[in-house]
Design a protein around this ligand. Structure first.
Ligand code: 5AD
Ligand code: SF4
Length: 489
């Protein structure tokens, strides 16, 4: 920006995000807000004026990663005392004292409900040189802050932070009231609160105007959504006819709240994708009880049958925690039985990580040794991988509809004269890899599936685009990698 002949460089923001889709969306909003204050993004901390970590507290490992990154920045802060370092999100909300102790060079500690205040916090940190803290004081207070943040965030979306231009997340609720005993989310994300359907519909329209084709509605327990008399099924019907939107997905579902009206909406509304992420967490009733999941494995199995009866060809995925307190070989075997039978498209499997501040941590001993957790994790993964391969092989010989996301991560490894390897997703959320022109990104294509592994379907474009050899070899493209972790639920 030239002022009196002098070029004033734009301040630079470095932002690293750990955790679930909620965090990815929060980061998008933070970047959008700071761009409007003149910031541009940078890829490294070296030249950044502001360095933010958007954090996750679901497992210890995610926190360790942030403390290591903060540790590495200690020298940086000595060298560049003007650089502002901030810890945002769940860890900030949970551990302000620990952050102060372990990383005294941090300038800002900001909870999930206060992210809209960041431009002011940066200014105050700069002006005063003092640590700035913005957190919810308790769950009741965060209720109001959440309401405010819904409002203030809407116009701040930043398309450049999305996995790609055609897919976007839309938050429809925040927080959680379920209090599963292993889970820190209700303490750090506050009480469950659903957003007004009118606001959601307006945001979906805005995203469609920007060229978004697929939206994923986000909530910790998204199928518990209710605003007045409006349930998730009503919301889906309300946004369904938004011109330009081709696909609607929603994550993450709580098994007890998988009602027939919702399943019927998935069946009857053509844009709503037949894909349901419904974490089971365990296949053993004693463990489910200790986890306070409020259902039995029999209920969960019936729910799966109901999903499959009502929604033909639905794909279902799940989450499991292995090595929760008191999990015996016998209880683990029951989880293996469930995964062996349930025909999940895929499952995310986690080793139990005790979280101070949860009921589980207070009530039970973390009595499963680490090596046993590791072994159970591997064993369950092997069972799931075999099931995923079986699920994927069903598609060989079938034609599927794929929304093309862009070049696959390995695209650069291909023969320089050959076509590019692209990746996309089916309506059932299966990953498909095929050769094509990167211009196809954002288009819906038909692909004939001819091969499959546990993780990926492979196929060929059916019609239309024939790829000229050599046409697309210079590809410095690095598309955003889809985040691996599911939203909690
Ligand atoms: N330890 C391990 N895994 C956990 N999850 C939630 N809390 C914990 C914990 N303390 C898992 C659940 C959830 C997923 C996103 O993370 O399986 O569904
Ligand atoms: Fe809520 Fe999901 Fe955590 Fe249970 S696991 S407390 S439903 S966020």
């Amino acid at each position: 920006m030239p002022i009196s002949g002098k070029i004033i460089p734009m301040p630079k923001l470095y932002l690293e995000t750990v955790g679930c889709q909620m965090n990815v969306l929060d980061s998008e909003l933070v970047v959008g807000s700071l761009r409007r204050h003149g910031y541009e993004l940078t890829e490294t901390t070296d030249d950044a004026d502001v360095i933010f970590f958007n954090t996750c507290s679901v497992r210890q490992h995610a926190e360790d990663k942030i403390y290591s990154a903060l540790g590495r920045l200690r020298n940086h802060k000595n060298k560049f005392p003007d650089a502002i370092i901030g810890v945002l999100g769940c860890m900030a909300q949970k551990d302000q004292d620990l952050i102060k102790k372990r990383a005294p060079h941090v300038d800002i500690i900001c909870g999930t409900g206060q992210l809209a205040q960041l431009p002011t916090l940066i200014k105050d940190a700069r002006d005063t040189g003092a640590l700035q803290i913005a957190l919810s004081l308790d769950r009741t207070e965060s209720r109001h802050e959440v309401e405010r943040s819904f409002e203030s965030y809407d116009p701040m979306r930043d398309p450049s932070m999305r996995p790609n231009r055609f897919q976007a997340y839309v938050r429809i609720m925040i927080g959680c009231d379920k209090f599963c005993t292993y889970c820190i989310v209700p303490s750090v994300r506050g009480p469950e609160q659903s957003r007004h359907p009118e606001q959601i519909a307006a945001e979906v329209r805005q995203l469609a105007d920007e060229g978004v084709k697929e939206i994923t509605l986000l909530g910790q327990t998204v199928n518990s959504y209710h605003h007045g008399s409006s349930r998730l099924s009503d919301l889906l019907a309300r946004i369904h006819d938004t011109a330009g939107i081709e696909r609607i997905k929603f994550i993450t579902n709580f098994p007890k709240d998988m009602t027939d009206d919702l399943l019927q909406a998935v069946r009857d509304l053509p844009k709503v994708c037949p894909y349901l992420h419904v974490p089971a967490q365990s296949g053993c009733n004693e463990i489910l009880k200790r986890m306070k999941r409020m259902y039995t494995v029999e209920f969960y199995r019936d729910m799966l049958s109901r999903c499959r009866e009502i929604v033909p060809d639905v794909a279902i995925s799940s989450d499991f925690i292995v090595g929760f307190c008191g999990e015996t070989e016998e209880s683990f075997a029951k989880t293996c039985d469930l995964v062996g039978e349930a025909k999940f498209k895929n499952s995310f499997i986690f080793k139990y990580s005790p979280r101070p501040g949860t009921r589980g941590h207070e009530l039970y001993d973390d009595d499963v040794p680490e090596e046993v957790k590791k072994r159970r994790n591997n064993d369950l993964l092997a069972i799931q991988n075999a099931a995923s391969l079986q699920d994927h092989r069903r598609y060989i010989g079938q034609r599927v509809e794929v929304l093309v996301e862009g070049p696959s991560k390995n695209a650069w490894k291909l023969d320089a004269n050959g076509p590019l390897q692209l990746t996309g997703r089916t309506r059932t959320d299966h990953i498909v890899v095929f050769d094509g022109n990167p211009r196809l990104a954002g288009q819906t294509m038909e692909i004939d599936i001819d091969d499959a592994t546990s993780f990926t379907l492979y196929g060929k474009v059916v019609t239309g685009e024939q790829i000229a050899v050599g046409e697309c070899c210079e590809m410095p493209v690095e598309i955003g990698e889809r985040i691996a972790l599911p939203l909690i639920g």
